[in-house]
Write a protein that binds this ligand. Structure first.
Ligand code: PLP
Length: 369
């Protein structure tokens, strides 16, 4: 068996240890005589898996007591609709404006979906600069009293990451919740959950398989849903039923639980951050030192998870990718909207994988430069 180095943006590589454990437990989970996939979600076996996964995620991210962790379905794109649905209902004044900071393809999608449910104010956008930097808060034009402010803290396609957390209180909006799409960098480093009203993300990068959506929401934001919100997607109902209002994605939750335990064994999020920094420095360091390759994102917001880069001559792209595949370096093709290459180096990518990529970048440069 050969495990290649898989640079996919998502669904992405999972730790081999986790997959091996799932394989061992596939036919008979802990003597239950059945696979996790075959268990009632309300039976004691699965209830214990769910409770452990929630507890481990709470511990890893240091989620405060007054936040609920919801395991949902529909992915981050469904949440783009569910956020306005869940946050716009409680305003006696009928306020229906939400602010969006647009920093890449994913936040473009978020604000577009929200327009179906509310007025959207684009507080800032870097679209004119092809999403190569983050606008500072001094540049944001927030509306007077928005229902919430939405950001995407790691733009998976454009490779732009926030290394700071916007302070809405300092901007004169102390009661406005900050809502963040954290899909592609959750669990890559410690984050201060208390600075956010809502964090949400699809699981298929650092958490586990697709099919599971994680929503971390502050208690006081529950119960604000618009009447049109489907019950299965009303955060308050999901929270009251401990993510069991309807059948949750049981197998994806089980794998996520194994990933959380794997992260704990690595030393938690501080250890993940050290490893992710080392990987990003190795890769950006090589790209910066070369005239053959280039990157386009400003140095202070270059994503540690998703690294878009370009060959100096696009005509070499297919040859580059074919050579990479031959060496077991997979899924390096950039997103079609950006072009070039993209290396996604999530938690499960070892330093050895990034080293193998850098060795190949050097070799390719020597033979084609
Ligand atoms: C930052 C971000 N937001 C949203 C999405 C869309 O998520 P999903 O496909 O789970 O709906 C993705 C991509 O997978 C993403 O990277």
């Amino acid at each position: 068996m050969t495990r290649a180095f898989n640079f996919s943006a998502g669904p992405a590589a999972l730790p081999a240890e986790v997959l091996a454990r799932a394989a061992e437990e596939m036919l008979d989970w802990h003597g239950a005589g059945m696979s996790v996939m075959e268990m009632s979600h309300r039976g004691k076996e699965f209830m214990s898996i769910l409770a452990q996964a929630q507890a481990d995620l709470r511990e890893l991210l240091a989620v405060p007591e007054n936040y609920r962790i919801l395991f949902m379905q529909g992915g981050a794109l469904a949440e783009n609709a569910l956020i306005p649905m869940n946050l716009l209902g409680a305003r006696a004044d009928g306020q229906r404006t939400a602010d969006y900071v647009v920093t890449g393809s994913w936040s473009v999608k978020s604000q577009k979906e929200a327009r179906k449910y509310c007025e959207v104010n684009i507080a800032a956008s870097t679209e004119d600069e092809k999403f190569t930097r983050l606008p500072s808060m001094a540049e944001w034009k927030l509306s007077k009293d928005p229902a919430y402010v939405h950001i995407c803290t790691n733009e998976t396609i454009h490779g732009v990451e926030y290394f700071w957390t916007p302070d809405l209180a300092a901007a004169g909006l102390p009661d406005t919740p900050l809502v963040a799409d954290v899909s592609s960098h959750i669990l890559s480093r410690p984050m201060d959950v208390s600075k956010f009203g809502v964090m949400y993300g699809g699981a298929q990068k650092n958490i586990g398989p697709s099919g599971l959506t994680v929503v971390i929401v502050r208690d006081d934001l529950l119960g604000r849903a618009l009447p049109i919100t489907p019950s299965a997607f009303d955060w308050k109902i999901v929270a009251e039923n401990d993510s069991m209002y309807n059948t949750p994605p049981t197998y994806a939750i089980y794998i996520a639980g194994l990933v959380f335990q794997w992260i704990k064994r690595q030393g938690g999020l501080a250890a993940m951050e050290a490893q992710n920094k080392a990987k990003a420095e190795l890769l950006y360091g090589y790209l910066d030192g070369s005239d053959f390759y280039r990157t386009s994102v400003a140095a202070d917001c270059r994503s540690r998870m998703n690294v878009p880069f370009f060959l100096h001559d696009d005509a070499l792209n297919e040859t580059f990718l074919a050579g990479a595949r031959e060496r077991g370096l997979l899924q390096l093709k950039g997103h079609k909207s950006v072009g070039g290459m993209r290396a996604s180096i999530y938690n499960a990518m070892p330093l050895a994988g990034v080293q193998a990529l850098v060795d190949y970048l050097r070799e390719f440069e020597r033979s084609h430069g």
